[in-house]
Design a protein around this ligand. Structure first.
Ligand code: A3P
Length: 292
């Protein structure tokens, strides 16, 4: 199959346009496999996002919430593993196992756009939590991340070049606006099945959104737990400060932790660049009810 390609972000792993989105070529085959073979179960919970929108954090919050009683008397795995390693990633791991392993917690993550999810995920009635982030901050995070991961013999992608690609919708799993939009529309259609979160909201009022998340996945914090500070324990465990200072995340996985701030784009983009992206987003999202 020959697909339109874009090498700008990465010559060693081009992006290919498939089913309306730009994918790393490596993942297309795996996503296709998942579409045909993945068997979601009604109890499953999917964590969905575009890259660099707060996925690491949402995975940690969900995992810690779901396992809070399980690990009451033993250390939570989040203290020794990055949250990505606490659950399967559909486009990687489904090739080995088309089910979420029975013995583990029923969590699975993916960057696959809603419109390309395996049919069983939609049909099984399972829960989906989606996180998105203010696009300028997400772009800046993506630019740093891409250059950090680049092999040493490859030149960095310049900010200007990356920005141009991003504004043209050409970013991993982009267009960014369409990724958010398909999940947004599904959340309006199936509010009991899809919880749509924004990084900035969760940052502003983590307690409120964690309670909401816990209720959504069917593991609400009881009044007793609230009194005993269980919510705050989860928030503290998953905080940027705590996770980014753990030995495991300071070394191998440091690429997932940079600043964790809202509004960092101002340190890198010009006002004109910011306005340009704002206008694009406004145009693309107009009438949808989704704003940033
Ligand atoms: P910055 O690059 O702006 O610092 P993802 O997890 O989807 O790859 O997104 C990465 C972004 O989330 C990075 O943003 C990273 O620092 C931030 N992040 C990672 N862990 C976090 C946490 N526990 N709390 C808040 N932000 C976090």
């Amino acid at each position: 199959m020959s697909l339109p390609e874009e090498n700008g972000w990465n010559d060693f792993q081009p992006l290919c346009f498939y089913q309306g989105f730009w994918w790393h070529s490596y993942f297309i085959e795996r996503a296709l496999f998942a579409q045909e073979n993945f068997k979601a179960q009604p109890r499953d919970i999917f964590i969905c996002s575009a890259p660099k929108t707060g996925t690491t954090w949402l995975k940690a919050l969900t995992f810690a919430t779901l396992t809070r009683t399980h690990f009451r008397n033993s250390p939570n795995p989040l203290l020794s593993k990055v949250s990505h390693d606490c659950m399967p990633f559909m486009e990687m791991d489904c090739i080995e196992n088309p089910f979420i392993p029975e013995k583990d917690f029923p969590l699975c993550a993916t960057h696959i756009p809603y419109s390309s999810l395996p049919k069983s995920v939609i049909d099984s009635g399972c829960k989906i939590i989606y996180i998105c982030r203010e696009p300028k901050d997400s772009f800046v995070s993506l630019w740093h991340h891409t250059n950090k991961l680049r092999p040493k013999n490859n030149d960095n992608i310049s900010l200007e070049e990356a920005f141009e690609l991003y504004c043209n919708g050409k970013s991993p799993y982009g267009p960014y606006w369409d990724h958010a939009l398909v999940y947004w529309k599904a959340s309006l259609e199936f509010p009991d099945r899809l919880l749509f979160l924004k990084y900035e909201d969760v940052m502003r009022d983590t307690t409120f959104y964690l309670k909401k998340l816990a209720e959504f996945i069917g593991y609400p914090f009881s009044l007793q737990e609230e009194k005993e500070g269980e919510l705050q324990k989860v928030i503290r465990l998953c905080s940027f400060e705590n996770l980014s200072n753990l030995e495991v995340n300071k070394t191998k996985k440091s690429v997932f932790f940079r600043k964790g701030e809202v509004g960092d784009w101002e340190n890198l983009l010009t006002l004109e660049m910011g306005e340009r992206l704002d206008k694009i987003m406004e145009k693309k999202l107009r009438g949808s009810g989704l704003t940033f």
